[in-house]
Design a binder for this molecule. Sequence first.
Ligand code: GUN
Length: 288
Amino acid sequence: MPATIIDGKAFAARVRGEVAGHVSRLKADHGITPGLAVVLVGEDPASQVYVRSKGKQTVEAGMNSYEHRLEADTRQEDLLALVGQLNADPAVHGILVQLPLPAHIDSDLVINAIDPAKDVDGFHVSNVGLLGTGQKSMVPCTPLGCLMLLRDHLGSLSGLDAVVVGRSNIVGKPMAQLLLGDSCTVTIAHSRTRDLAAVVRRADIVVAAVGRPGMVTGDWIKPGATVIDVGINRVDAGDGKTRLVGDCDYDSCAAVAGAITPVPGGVGPMTIACLLANTTTACCRANG
Ligand code: GUN
């Protein structure tokens, strides 16, 4: 039987619709408009695309969007001063500093300067600690989007074997925490894992987040497993153009999996939808 295609694009549109409804009630009943500030340092082309898309979808959901574009050679102390200003601004409920930052800036220092209550990325050590101990926190957007898709497709995840391929702070580690929170048996695999294919083949749920185009192939997948592909890799399409592919080799994985997210149109749209949801949550918490 062919794999079910998990339609993240449609799911994300539903989440954005719910957020927009929530925003309009906040405005009508309380006179509050959630505000999201996005800070981009430098001109990384992929980051520029994401930031533009975030701004557009923030406004479409009825929120205020504040964009701060800084030169690539911005001094760390100036970036920290901007973060301090945004922390103090009551119109700003969420702050996102786009990563990666230029090499001369200490990313951890900047992320940890954000007020944890406004840290809609969930990257501040306080939020990481709260998530790791099962307490109320800001949850990183991409893993949260993956969890929503998994719950929607599978219902209860309890007792399932989950393998997360990739150990980044942005996706791999928080994804593993969320799956553990849903009572999966979780393995984090990575570039040093021995016999990675055999480890992935044990999984009922595979989350691939390594940034290597087509690395996970169908012979790594247990028949019927659910495959969540977080990769967004731009590759040469051979005709002078480029195309987006995931970390999973789609055709061979889809031939074996029970369900799979496509790239594009799978996890990608969920990230911004969850960012908008986190911003609304931060706004509600700030206003009691
Ligand atoms: N760069 C790639 N993904 C992300 C993300 O989710 N948040 C931030 N701040 N930067 C990123």
